[in-house]
Design a protein around this ligand. Structure first.
Ligand code: WT7
Length: 652
């Protein structure tokens, strides 16, 4: 808890409040606390009203069946997520409105109206059917940030095939694990995607992965590089691999959306936990769509004329809920950008905001800290006056970064919504409503209407500082862990009776505001990405030189947390700068570059309790260069002293 305590001290000194600006409030969807109060008196009726704004082929019989820890929302109802994101708007006369503006890193652009996007999704839905994909079959998607990523997701939703999107930065091993866990039949990938001027070899990674994926029958390849007529020179396995453009050229746009049960699986998304094996978080259709629809509308105060940009990757839950499903269910115009924020220079994001007239901008604190480091001259070089609302997600935002964002990106006039939620919650849970809630830098403020949160201690009593808990079921909650319901119960529902354990530490102010402090389990948050310490440890001991590894997070100025790996070597192996590079690369190859340790510290021994448990708290303190706490439970206190000396020597 050491770094949490440090953060707590900082936050206790934070007393600035930012009420909604009057000009913003004048036209905001929500301007006071009444919706919160009315939702509180009857949350189920409240969510039912939101669901009623979507299109249903058949209305539900029961809003909520709650048999802890399993919930069924809108039971008996039938709907289709893609229909709600596309056809509903086309049928309603908005077919000519721009749905998606896309810019590739090299500067190429594409635009789709709602009618065009509907047709392209219908074509790819038909192509998947032609490949033999049936309702309920899983489809894996491993794509760069190109329109086909959203198209493939919606095409799956249209035909009732759950998708599993795997972030393009994951290694072949990570990709294969996820494909196999879900027994996916088809993989959709591309010949590459641009990142900092270079092409990420997604198809080559996919080939390496699929070699150990017996359930994959076809690999669909989008030609990102060369023009469709002359696709990039990648190896295509005859009979297995097919070009996306060949598939969609053969079919019409007649594929209709299948009415799905509200509780049918919409997607699986893998996320790290406290064991070495990522969890397949399961989201279903009706409740998920209802809550992403509602939160996108109110949290981002979304209006007809907005140009909305969420900078996340579709490989993460933020991309699912707030690039694809939430904004499109609202009929919004979204911007999608393929590449890095510093390519060709550090002004790229701000040029995009100016060029497309972005009005709502949603990003992560780690990105904001990078912008701060790069300097305010970059945003100052573009006209950002169209922006009217800013958001953050992914980790606690330090007040300094909040203030910088407010001033340099928001021009002092844009409210900031600090949104707390998780892959498991599916949608935003704790957040300001920008026209109603006073913001406080570093606080996600209050639960969204219809959500009930609390801070509890181990025994389940309410406390000022403790564990963040969700005390009522909510529509977009995960339904289970794919193929492992015991893990679902264990991880989230075993601490208290019928109450959800989020894995975060939090504190509550006298005004009821929530201040999320960070993870309390062995999960790291590196640059807004969740990484399990056990996954990195397994990747390290997979290397021939390593006997034992213990991974901790240490404070990092931009990434929030950086990975420090303490490693003991096998007999006869010696630590060296060369081996450190090799081990870091090994982890990047095994998991993906996001998991590459910042540093490897070679140790003769790791500090353990008498029962043999590695004392991570001590390792964190060593990595953070802090004074060491209580070491009396250590089996051999001398281990720590040598480690500390060695570490401070190695650092310089
Ligand atoms: C974890 C969830 C939700 C989409 C992106 C991350 C941390 C997220 C906040 C916030 C403080 C936050 C928590 C949470 N987190 N948003 N606004 N303030 N912490 O999704 O990978 O599932 O990670 O991110 O620790 O548990 P994820």
């Amino acid at each position: 808890m050491t770094s949490l305590e440090g953060r707590l001290d900082d936050l206790l000194r934070e007393d600035r409040a930012f009420p909604p600006p009057e000009t913003f409030r004048e036209s905001a969807h929500v301007t006071d606390d009444r919706p919160r109060e009315s939702a509180e008196s009857d949350p189920v009726a409240y969510w039912e009203r939101w669901a009623g704004e979507l299109h249903w082929f058949r209305r539900w019989d029961t809003v909520l069946i709650w048999e802890p820890p399993h919930a069924r929302w809108f039971d008996g109802g039938r709907l289709n997520a893609a229909f709600n994101c596309l056809d509903r708007h086309v049928d309603g006369g908005k077919g000519g409105k721009t749905a998606l503006i896309w810019e590739g890193e090299p500067g190429d652009t594409r635009r789709y109206t709602y009618a065009e996007l509907r047709d392209e999704v219908a074509r790819f839905g038909q192509a998947l059917l032609d490949l033999g994909v049936r309702r309920g079959d899983r489809v894996a998607i491993y794509l760069p940030m190109i329109p086909e990523a959203a198209i493939a997701m919606l095409a799956c939703a249209r035909i009732g095939a759950p998708h599993s999107v795997i972030f393009g930065g994951f290694s072949p091993d990570s990709l294969a694990d996820r494909i196999n866990d879900a027994s996916a039949r088809v993989l959709v990938t591309a010949d590459g995607g641009y990142r900092r001027g270079g092409l990420v070899p997604l198809k080559a990674n996919a080939d390496a992965a699929v070699a150990s994926c017996p359930t994959i029958e076809h690999v669909v390849v989008v030609a990102r590089e060369g023009r469709p007529a002359e696709p990039n020179n990648v190896a295509m396995a005859p009979g297995r691999d097919v070009w996306y453009h060949d598939l969609v050229a053969r079919v019409g746009a007649g594929c209709e959306a299948v009415p799905m049960e509200a509780e049918d699986l919409l997607f699986i998304l893998y996320t790290s936990g406290t064991t070495g094996k990522p969890k397949g978080v399961v989201h279903t259709t009706g409740g998920y769509l209802t809550q992403v629809y509602a939160t996108t509308r109110w949290v981002f105060d979304l209006k007809e004329e907005d140009v909305y940009w969420c900078t996340a990757d579709v490989g993460w839950i933020t991309g699912h809920s707030y690039i694809v499903y939430g904004p499109l269910a609202n009929g919004a115009t979204i911007l999608m950008y393929e590449g890095a924020p510093d390519h060709p220079d550090r002004g790229r994001f701000w040029e995009l905001c100016e060029k497309y007239g972005v009005t709502i901008f949603y990003t992560a604190p780690t990105a904001i800290r990078a912008f701060m480091k790069w300097g305010e001259e970059w945003p100052a070089g573009s006209d950002l006056t169209r922006l009217r609302l800013l958001g953050t997600v992914g980790e606690p935002i330090n007040p300094e970064a909040w203030i910088w964002y407010h001033r340099n990106i928001g021009g002092g006039r844009c409210p900031i919504v600090d949104t707390w939620w998780q892959t498991e919650t599916g949608a935003i849970m704790i957040t300001p409503l920008p026209g109603a809630t006073d913001a406080r830098p570093g606080s996600a403020t209050l639960p969204f209407p219809g959500i009930e949160a609390a801070i509890l201690d181990d025994s389940g009593s309410e406390v000022d500082a403790g564990y963040l808990a969700i005390t009522l079921p909510w529509p977009s909650m995960l339904r289970t862990v794919y193929g492992d319901d015991a893990r679902y119960r264990d991880t989230y529902w075993s601490k208290w009776d019928g109450v959800y354990f989020a894995g975060d530490g939090a504190k509550r102010g006298a005004d009821g505001y929530f201040w999320v402090l960070g993870r309390v389990d062995d999960v790291l948050n590196v640059a807004g990405h969740r990484i399990g310490t056990m996954e990195v440890e397994s990747a390290l001991v997979d290397h021939g030189a390593v006997a034992e590894a213990a991974v901790v997070g240490r404070v990092h100025e931009v990434k929030g947390e950086a990975i420090a790996a303490f490693v003991t070597l096998k007999e006869g192996r010696k630590g060296s700068a060369q081996l450190e590079i090799e081990l870091r690369a090994h982890v990047a190859t095994k998991i993906g570059p996001i998991a590459r340790p910042e540093e490897v510290i070679f140790a003769a021994d790791l500090p353990k309790t008498r029962s043999g448990k590695i004392m991570r708290r001590l390792l964190r303190d060593i990595a953070d260069g802090k004074a060491l706490g209580d070491t009396t439970t250590l089996a051999d206190p001398a281990v720590v002293e040598t480690l500390k000396e060695r570490y401070s020597g190695q650092e310089g």
